[in-house]
Design a protein around this ligand. Sequence first.
Ligand code: 3H9
Length: 690
Amino acid sequence: MSDTVSFTLENGVALIVLDNPPVNALGHALRAPLFAALEKARDDEAVEAVVIACAGRTFIAGADISEFGKPPLEPSLPDLIALLESIDKPTVAAIHGTALGGGFELALGCHYRVAEKSAKVGLPEVNLGLIPGAGGTVRLPRLIGPEAALGMIVSGKPIGMEKALALGAVDRLAEGDLRAEAIAFAREKVAQGGPYPHIRERAEKLAVDLDAFDAAVAEATKKARGLTAPLKVAEAVRNAITMPFDDALARERDIFIERRDSTESAAQRHLFFATREATKVAGVGRDVEPRPIRKAGVIGAGTMGGGIAMALANGGISVIVLEMNEEALARGLGQVEKIYSGSVTRGSISAAEKEARLSRISGTTDYAALADCDIVIEAVFEEMGVKRQVFSALDRVMKPGAVLASNTSYLDLNEIAATTERPQDVVGLHFFSPAHVMRLLEIVRGERTAADVLATALALARAIGKVPVVVGVCNGFVGNRMLAARRDENEDLLLSGATPEQVDKVFTDFGWPMGPFQMVDLAGLDISWKHRQSLGLSAPIADTLCEAGRFGQKAGRGFYLYEDGSRAPKPDPFVTELIERKAAELGIERRAVGAEEITERTLYPMINEGARIIEEGIAARASDIDVVWVNGYGFPVAKGGPMFWAERHGIDRIVDRLEHWHGVTGKEVFKPAPLLRQLALTGGGFSSLA
Ligand code: 3H9
């Protein structure tokens, strides 16, 4: 029928097969011939039933996301589903892989769904800042009940077939050949005889208590974190209960279009593609085979080492953790056990899962025990001398071909690699704390790192559910280097006249989970103090707070006061007085500092540093930087990352203000990077660089 859609008729059943690799996204190239195929199935009297199936690795994974933001082309997905619903012969979706978004919505337009046991179905639009736009919020509540539908659509998480069958989202699981069984199912329905009610005609599950539903909405949207889409999903599902079918459908469409055209959705779509782009690394083509990773070693059982061990064990990899002595090892492994127990108590994993994960983690104090590991990740004290010792020891014991990784967060990986006879096997794996939770993994490519070692690091990231970004060697790599660019400004803003709460509020208003002073209070002022000392740096206010033992939340006081074990920060007159005193000592006359100035002096230098990072090739592309900041540092998802935000905000505007602050302060961090100047001049965006 076309390259992407085939139509065969056998014994009265029309089999329509879609073939649009890699994931059968419902772009126009698929919609147009599918529309024709469905018309044919409807009108041809020889057709008694219809089965829709997909070729390749999956059923339709949704609308083609890359089409959003471009002029829409007919037929739309709602047109297709309306056509499907005009067919009064049994229609069956034969699902394998993942039926997601518009793909699942198309399946909901069919009378029946038959699926492989390993399949998943879901409406993940919320992750793209959208709501389902082809009837998902209206049909799914009718099929499985409003509360279950709400849970699925607000979370965006696909469900497996056991649950789908229990909820009634699918009608039958195939035991063997999916297509053959879907055809047999269609025949059964023909034999039983009509009428065949569509989901739109089934309203019995909508008879729910609205107050209870609203309570479920409040619970489900609790973690919306400033995002609009989860709230809009809830509104649409509620409409499905309170409005006639067609009205709810029309309203869903309006909300979908409004969401599709929002900056929030553009940002989230950008991140969807950016995350996938980040795995495409120069010199590491698909033909480069990763080395197999079955067993891993971790050096150091502190917070970082323990977290990395858990991240690996959670991904099904056996880990052996090395510590200096039995006591430190027992302490570290004890902490791991405690964290898993906490997860069981909270219900996020079962007791059996905890045991399975723990059984993958063992300990040793002997380097020789690491010899047969496929990879070893070092997470020891951040000091070059210590790292060199560790890598020399690893070079002696590790089997040939093992990957030697460092979790350094800013040291020179090339220098570390040079202590070994095998620099090609050395790579940086910079996890973020807590390593078993945070999704970002900066993979540091040394000048000698082999392509298959990078491929191994990327494959490992995928296996343990991390979001990888490959970066080059420089102080602090991408994330910490950009963070350093704003480090001094936080204090200088206080000295200029701002208060910690004022600065933090600008950050939280922007969408960050917390501001820099709340952050440092949470992490512990002593940590950054030690770091500053190791670099020979000082921060007049933070240093004085540390000297007074004000290490943050754990001490009950830092930049804020935390009374009676509370985590709620309260402004502290002690800090106000300290800031005023330090400013006076430094001869700074404090003045009113506005929100705009705070943004300009904290966010703009980061963007500027990001531009330098691109110029130097430390990051391959601007979107890699966005992936780093959203996944590792809490940059608001709705804003798409610092470089995406900068482009929307106006690079010329940013350059203008950087120049202003460079003039006022003379600081290097404000001196516009040549790349930013060039983009401001040409009006091009970062994407134009590719
Ligand atoms: C929607 O449906 C709206 C409707 O409600 C209303 C419409 C009116 N479009 O992830 P992978 C590409 S919104 C375009 O690496 P995996 C992807 O970029 C949509 N492209 O594979 C990548 O390209 P490349 C709702 C897409 O096996 C390649 O396919 N649906 C789409 O790890 C392979 O992807 C979703 O949000 C798409 N929809 O995971 C589902 N999907 O190779 C989004 C993928 O050039 N997709 N690509 O880098 C996924 O979650 C995963 O891709 C999936 C496969 C689980 C399917």
